[in-house]
Design a binder for this molecule. Structure first.
Ligand code: MCA
Ligand code: AMP
Length: 505
């Protein structure tokens, strides 16, 4: 096996002028440009003495340069470690100390505060990268050679670490190898029939699996093009759709598009594929979408730890409410969550996954890694079943997790932050249906002093410790939390009580 970059490179179009990405302002980055820019970043990493296996962490605005840095890391054997720009200083401090990056790249606007954090955490070097090629890192890369001999590596050499939260509230770095990413990229390209005539509308963030690996690696593995937007903006998407052939999104993208009368069958007549994932796509949205556009959204299922596991078929029935069939090379079984006994077809249990897509473990957490595997199978924490035709459906979660607009929020982390506040005796954080984000976050709080009900004060206090997307939208005060005889909070009772909080009135 070889380096993921080398494998992708074999599929780059022969004509180097073929567009890889077109930006909002019309700038085109060609495949020859990709080769050159990624070589410059690779040379820069060598110059900065970043060794194979060293982490290169980045918390910066979405940009093509960030993707070129990702490819530069692949080419040198460094480990790319992207972080959500929404993370607060407290969250970053943990990521820096845990991953000990050789290089931390930040938004130029945050340089001063990041340098202070990095010094305290023992991170050796900080550079900046803004959007549109600004920042010290881009300037340094611009002075480097545009040729680089990509290093050879083994399947299990690390390519990236992506942090994912856990039920204990402590984030874990999922280690993904060149082999993990390569297997998934080529499988998805074939399964979804991507080729060099495709233009993918890319409006996802690039610090997560969906926008970074699924969207970008599949594009590169097909020699295809992308229309590269800095974020999802419904107006920009409506404007760009007529030039695209495929789109990947979280359900919120499709919910928002359906709200627009200008989103019509004619507008998307030439599109070949709409893909959804990261959160459940309701059967209602699936149906409304096909009635409006004539397109059946292709829903797939993945995780940070595993890349993509299942997909509805390209040809054949894309069944609303299911996540489709195991991808070629991926094994899926349903097990009893308590005993681990594999269950017969049709029964509900925890979804377990094995295959070349499954990660190498959590960064410096061998016990946590061991606890989440049964043999070769990774225990997803999602509850599901496999029907007679082999389609997988997700019916619930064994893990206490909220998914809002495609971002995961572990209630334990929010509860810990709330419980640290002097005004809070205890708290329970739940997700309930939200018409735009899928789920919205509610904190149910027992105040330290009876009668206290200043939700705004608690929200303000959380702003320093939790990224905005993890902060509860609603804080409800109660005298006590419903608990079972073991003293465990009955979240199902709370979810029922608050079920209609975000419904439009
Ligand atoms: C933004 N906000 C959010 C979210 N996003 N709050 C909760 N959940 C969110 N997802 C905050 C903003 O900071 C803002 O705060 C307020 O909510 C309203 O923002 P709004 O303008 O409505 O949101 P937006 O900026 O338009 O973003 C919504 C979004 C975005 C477009 C859905 O969150 C997004 O791009 N999501 C994609 C996430 C993704 O790529 N997930 C893949 C993970 P304020 O109140 O301060 O204004 S990979 C994965 O899950 C696996 C592997 C898989 O299968 O793919
Ligand atoms: P993450 O930790 O961001 O990788 O999120 C992975 C989780 O997202 C999975 O364990 C599922 O709970 C959820 N997920 C991803 N795709 C889907 C989907 N199509 N339907 C339902 N849940 C999904």
């Amino acid at each position: 096996m070889s380096n993921l970059y080398t494998l992708l490179q074999t599929r780059f179009p022969e004509d180097g002028s073929h567009a890889f990405a077109t930006l909002r302002d019309g700038t085109v980055i060609s495949y020859a440009g990709v080769e050159e820019a990624s070589a410059r970043y690779a040379n820069l990493l060598v110059l900065l003495e970043v060794q194979p296996g060293d982490r290169v962490a980045i918390q910066a605005p979405k940009s093509i340069d960030m993707l070129m840095l990702y490819l530069g890391c692949l080419r040198t054997g460094a480990v790319f470690l992207p972080l959500n720009p929404a993370y607060t200083a407290g969250e970053l401090d943990y990521f820096m100390r845990d991953s000990q990056p050789a290089l931390f790249v930040c938004d130029p606007a945050q340089e001063e505060s990041i340098r202070a954090l990095a010094n305290a955490a023992g991170v050796g070097r900080v550079e900046t990268l803004g959007d549109a090629g600004s920042g010290t890192l881009a300037a340094l890369a611009g002075k480097c050679e545009a040729d680089f001999a990509t290093i050879n590596c083994d399947d299990d050499n690390l390519a990236a670490i992506l942090y994912t939260s856990g039920t204990t509230g402590r984030s874990k770095g999922a280690m993904l190898s060149h082999g993990n990413l390569a297997s998934n990229a080529f499988t998805l390209r074939d399964y979804w029939r991507f080729n060099s005539d495709d233009t993918l509308l890319h409006a996802l963030p690039i610090f997560h699996t969906h926008g970074l690996f699924v969207a970008t690696n599949v594009t590169l593995a097909s020699g295809a093009s992308m229309i590269f937007h800095s974020a999802f903006d419904v107006e920009d998407v409506l404007e760009a759709l007529p030039r695209a052939t495929a789109m990947m999104g979280v359900p919120t993208f499709y919910i928002r598009l359906l709200k627009e009368p200008r989103f019509t069958e004619e507008l998307v007549a030439h599109m070949r594929l709409f893909i959804s994932g990261s959160a459940p796509l309701s059967a209602d949205i699936h149906r409304a979408f096909s009635e409006r556009t004539g397109h059946s959204i292709l829903e797939r299922y993945g995780m940070t730890e595993t890349n993509m596991n299942t997909s509805n078929p390209y040809d054949g029935d894309r069944i609303a409410g299911t996540v489709g069939l195991p991808l070629p090379g991926v094994s899926i079984r349903i097990a009893d969550p308590e005993t681990g006994v594999v269950l017969p077809q049709g029964e509900i249990g925890v979804i377990e996954i094995a295959g070349p897509n499954v990660f190498q473990g959590y960064w410096q957490m061998p016990e946590k890694t061991a606890a989440e595997f049964r043999g070769d199978y990774f225990i997803s924490g999602d509850l599901g079943l496999i029907d007679a035709r082999g389609y997988v459906s997700i019916v619930g979660r064994a893990k206490d997790l909220i998914i809002s607009g495609g971002y995961n929020i572990y209630p334990a982390e929010v509860e810990n932050a709330l419980d640290e506040l002097s005004q809070v005796r205890e708290s329970a954080v739940i997700g309930v249906p939200h018409p735009d984000m899928g789920e919205g976050i509610i904190a149910v709080v027992v105040p330290a002093v009876s009668g206290f009900s200043d939700g705004a004060a608690l929200k303000a206090a959380l702003a320093d410790s939790l990224a905005r997307f993890k902060q509860p939208r609603v804080i409800a005060f109660v005298e006590e939390l419903p608990k079972n005889t073991m003293g465990k909070v009955q979240k199902t009772v709370l979810r029922e009580e608050f079920a209609t909080t975000f419904e439009p009135h």
